[in-house]
Design a protein around this ligand. Sequence first.
Ligand SMILES: [Mg+2]
Length: 319
Amino acid sequence: MSQSPPPSFSYSRLAGAALGTMCGDALGMPVEGWSAGRIEQTHGRLDAMLPGRLPAGSYTDDSQMMIAILQTLVHRSGLDPAYLARRFLALYEPIRGYGGRINALMHRLAAGEPWDRVATDSWGNGGAMRVGVLGVLFAEDEEACRDAALTQCRITHTHPRGLAGAASQALAVRLAANLGAAGRKPEPTEFVERIAAKIEPIDQHVAQRLRAMPPLPHGDEAAARSALTAAYACDVSAAEAVPPALGAFLAAEGPKQAIVLAVSLGGDTDTIGAMAGALAGTYWGLDALPAPWLASLENQSAGRDAVLALCRKICDENC
Ligand SMILES: [Mg+2]
C-alpha cells in the first residue's frame, strides 16, 4: 500500500462495497430461485426488504463469507487463505442458505481436513459473490486484485469458470472504484471488454459470456431486465451470474436502481443482487445507498455496524 491514501480506496467505497453486498443479498433473499415473472407478479417492483426464510433485512451466505474476508483483512496483514478458511468455518451457519457442496466442505473443515484440500471443482458463483470488498482494497493494483480474488476462491471453488467469475467480479469492483474516484461514468462495452480481456487466460467461456452483454438502455429498468434475462440464465453458475450483475450496475442511474434491477432478474437473486450491490456501493459510495435499506439491515454481532467497524479498521490500517 502506498503512503498517501489513493482516492479509489476510501472508507466510503469499502463500506459501500460491503453494505452494498449486504443490501443486494437481503433484498434478493426472499425471492431466491424465483423467475423474473413470478417476482413481478407477486411483488411488482421489489424495492423493500421483505421477510423470506429469514427475517426482513437478513443476509445470507454471500455476506457471511464476505464478513469472513473482512475479518481476515483486519486480523492479518494480507489475505491469508489458511486464516480465511478458519473464519469461513467460524462464521458458518447453515440457515444462511449455503449450497450443498459448501455444506459438505464445511463439515470436512470441521473434521480437521487441511483448508487447501477441501475445495471442489465447482463452477458456481460462490467465489464471486463474496469478493467485492477486495476490489476496493486492491483498487490500485490490477494484478494484486486478480490474485487475491483467485486466492480466496480456491479455498472453495477450483473450476476455471468459478475462478474466472471471482476474478471478474473483483476486477469489475476495482474498475468501479477507479471510475468513481475519477468522476467518470462507466461505458458498458469498454467496461466489459476490460474485464473479459483480463480473465480470458483463466477461462475463455466466462470471457465470452461477458462479451455477450446486450446493449443496455440506461436507466430503463424494464428494457434492461428483458435484455439481461434474454442474454443470461442468471443461475448459480459464475458464467451466468456475474455478467448480469455487471449489466445491472452498468444500466442503472444509481445504487438503488442497480440492486432492484439485479434482484428483478430472478434466479440466484441474492447473489446477483449482492454482486451488483458491491459494484454500485463502490461506485456511488456508502452514503448513496438507500437509508431505509441500511436501517433495516440485520445488525447483530456480525451485522451492519460490525461490518462498518471492520471497514473502518481496514481503512485506518491501509489508507
Ligand atoms: Mg445466498
